[in-house]
Design a binder for this molecule. Structure first.
Ligand code: FRU
Length: 313
């Protein structure tokens, strides 16, 4: 009798102290709550990522996503993680601005028992549930090999790098250098444009002022490639230079390729759809691999009508 009373008291305390039992969660009436922290919504690619997350989540009435925009401010994004934790969300999706400063709050949320899915830009260490992203080293290397072929292994190159405290910037740089290794191509000008088109345009103006002979611009994203093209056009030199970008959204990079602004762009899938699929698995008690690589393609004027071509390993 005494034992039954204790069991009943414990069960009541479980409901009162810890909230409804898990079985009641994840229904239309009581949906799972996902906190999504986006590092900024300044570029079309990030708007697309949020749209991909929202669209995938819409199909599941047992899910609710709260979106937050850090407006390219690392401190704001750190605060998002703390806010989500104190709100008691069931899972966090985060696309971090920078690796090192976002690692501790992500680690804390994860160690406190909140599943965390990291999208696109990685963090340091392994304290997260899943990382989803394309292989930026492979994309950089494929871009390098494409350039070697296109320029016959000779020529001066400008490299406009993404934020070098973020992993895609680092990997797109090292991959590209590997891809052009052993060729006669020379990177004569390089600058960190921090993923931003206006910065890329300014850097390209400097490169054009300093160098008469530039054969190609390798930009770590399509907005930067477009900014560089605008600078070259203003100087009347856009026809002498080839432009390479990364992201490959239909409404951005692919459209630039169709217009002849870019010569090639490499797709960088957002992983938004995959993040929701993984969230559902994790919230349902299932397991997901810790790292998920999403495949990429590249687009040229010739292959656009076929939907691009797969990267060669
Ligand atoms: C958007 C963006 C993309 C790029 C990605 C890398 O902020 O700069 O253009 O591919 O981030 O993380």
């Amino acid at each position: 009798m005494f034992r039954m009373k204790i069991a009943a008291m414990l069960a009541a305390c479980w409901v009162v102290c810890l909230g409804a039992p898990a079985a009641d969660k994840g229904t239309e009436a009581n949906p799972w709550v996902i906190g999504m922290s986006q590092c900024n919504l300044g570029e079309p690619w990030r708007v697309q990522m949020n749209a991909d997350v929202a669209k995938a989540a819409e199909a599941h009435k047992n899910l609710k996503v709260i979106f937050k925009d850090a407006q390219n401010d690392t401190l704001k994004q750190r605060a998002h993680l703390e806010e989500f934790a104190s709100q008691g969300v069931d899972l966090i999706i985060v696309s971090p601005k920078e690796a090192a400063p976002l690692t501790p709050p992500i680690k804390k949320a994860f160690r406190d028992g909140i599943p965390v899915i990291v999208l696109d830009r990685a963090v340091l260490g392994k304290d997260y549930t899943q990382f989803i992203g394309a292989n930026n080293k492979l994309i950089g290397e494929a871009a390098g090999k494409w350039v070697v072929k296109k320029l016959g292994g000779q020529g001066n190159i400008v490299e406009l790098k993404g934020l070098m405290t973020s992993t895609p910037g680092q990997d797109r740089n090292s991959g590209f250098r590997k891809g052009i290794e052993g060729s006669g191509l020379e990177v004569i000008f390089e600058a960190d444009m921090q993923w931003l088109e206006p910065n890329a345009r300014k850097e390209m103006e400097s490169a054009l002022a300093r160098f008469d002979d530039i054969k190609l611009v390798y930009a770590h994203n399509d907005p930067a490639a477009h900014g560089a093209w605008l600078a070259a056009k203003a100087a009347g030199r856009e026809k002498d230079i080839l432009f390479v970008g990364i992201d490959g959204l239909p409404q951005e990079g692919q459209a630039y390729v169709a217009q002849g602004v870019l010569d090639v762009c490499f797709e960088y899938p957002t992983g938004g759809k995959e993040a929701i699929a993984s969230a559902l698995t994790v919230l349902g008690g299932g397991e997901v691999p810790q790292d998920m690589v999403v495949p990429s393609r590249y687009f040229t004027k010739e292959n656009l009508k076929d939907g691009g071509a797969a990267l060669e390993e």
